[in-house]
Write a protein that binds this ligand. Structure first.
Ligand code: ZN
Ligand code: ZN
Length: 340
């Protein structure tokens, strides 16, 4: 089968290769991939800024159909439409594995970075990772369950928003736009900030419920003064130094700040502000089983939309064009499909 492989460490070293079709081992299922989303993490892996164990097939946001079950698989049926959690290996013994926080397991290996992922025709995952897609959720929308679960973890499980709170989201990429929807259903008043290149993304955030959208270059000193120290909660989804500094400026004293975006490098951080403002600072990494369970419920009840985030669908063979478009932010979410 054809697969998009990170062949070795270093910047780049990503190419389409012909690889053997995977065979499901005991307790594993084989999925025919129908849709796989490109994520910021894929770009970080391309740039060697996120750990990976090459040679490895990229892609961790997937939806497809079960075509084969390995020995001892009891709960999965062939032909079902599914998406899957991304942790292929966890130790099962550590504090984190035993308290429902296997995202923090030191031995965790995920599809698309540590083990083979979904930018391919077929993919193998453990039976326990499978979630059935509800009737009303397409493969395209279902492939984005993974970023939705990440945002559920950040917004609903780690930060918690009370009705009426003023929420700032920095960076209207898919994580920002999904977090915006989650903050809205929590009862927040949500403001989304982006840059000049984010105009279309900001419009989408507005269409999906943002109360206000702002382009950062239009924030003059007067507006900044008015907005400073006013937000109860900030979600930083851009992973940039500018975003982080702005977030701390606009957050009120005693407010909650959650870092979702990865920067991939060292950045200057206004640490004194966490002291002066008594900020509660959270990091949110990946997702837990409960975030997936909630994500699926939200999708099935139509409380969160992921389909509108998909601006482009391209065959796997056009991955270079897709990565370039994603890097240049000329899209929100791009789905790769194995068939041409
Ligand atoms: Zn992702
Ligand atoms: Zn563990």
């Amino acid at each position: 089968m054809k697969a998009l492989v990170k062949t070795s460490k270093g910047v780049g070293n990503v190419e389409i290769k012909n690889v053997p079709e995977p065979i499901p081992g005991p307790g594993q299922v084989k999925i025919l991939v129908k849709a796989a989303g490109i994520c910021g993490t894929d770009l970080h892996i391309y740039n060697d800024e996120y750990p990976s164990i090459p040679p490895v097939i990229l892609g961790h946001e997937i939806a497809g159909e079960i075509v084969e079950c390995g020995k001892g698989v009891r709960s999965c049926e062939i032909g079902r439409r599914v998406t899957a959690r991304t942790f292929m290996v966890t130790c099962g013994r550590c504090r984190y594995c035993n308290t429902g926080k296997d995202n923090l397991c030191p031995e965790r290996l995920s599809i698309g970075s540590g083990v083979n992922g979904g930018f391919a025709e077929y993919l193998i995952v453990p039976e326990k990772n499978i979630f059935y897609l509800p009737q009303n959720v397409s493969y395209t929308a279902g492939a984005l369950t993974e970023p939705l679960a990440c945002c559920v973890h950040a917004v609903l499980e780690i930060t918690h928003i009370s009705a009426g709170e003023k929420v700032l989201i920095i960076g209207p990429g898919s994580m920002g736009i999904i977090s915006c929807q989650l903050a809205k259903i929590s009862g927040g008043y949500v403001v989304v900030i982006g840059t000049d290149t984010d105009k279309k993304r900001l419009q989408l955030a507005k269409d999906l419920g943002a109360d206000e959208v702002i382009i950062s270059s239009q924030i003059n000193s007067l507006i900044e003064k008015k907005m400073s120290n006013t937000f109860d909660v900030v979600f930083e989804c851009s992973g940039t130094e500018g975003g982080l500094n702005m977030g701390f400026k606009l957050l009120r004293k005693g407010g909650r700040y959650t870092q979702i975006g990865l920067s991939g490098k060292l950045i200057k951080f206004p640490i004194d502000q966490t002291v002066y403002k008594e900020v509660k600072f959270f990091g949110s990494f990946s997702h837990t089983w409960s975030s997936w369970d909630t994500a699926i419920r939200l999708l099935s009840r139509g409380l969160v939309q992921t389909e509108p985030l998909v601006t482009d669908k391209l065959p796997l063979s056009r991955w270079k064009e897709a990565f370039k478009k994603f890097k240049e932010k000329r899209c929100v979410k791009i789905i790769l499909t194995p068939e041409d």
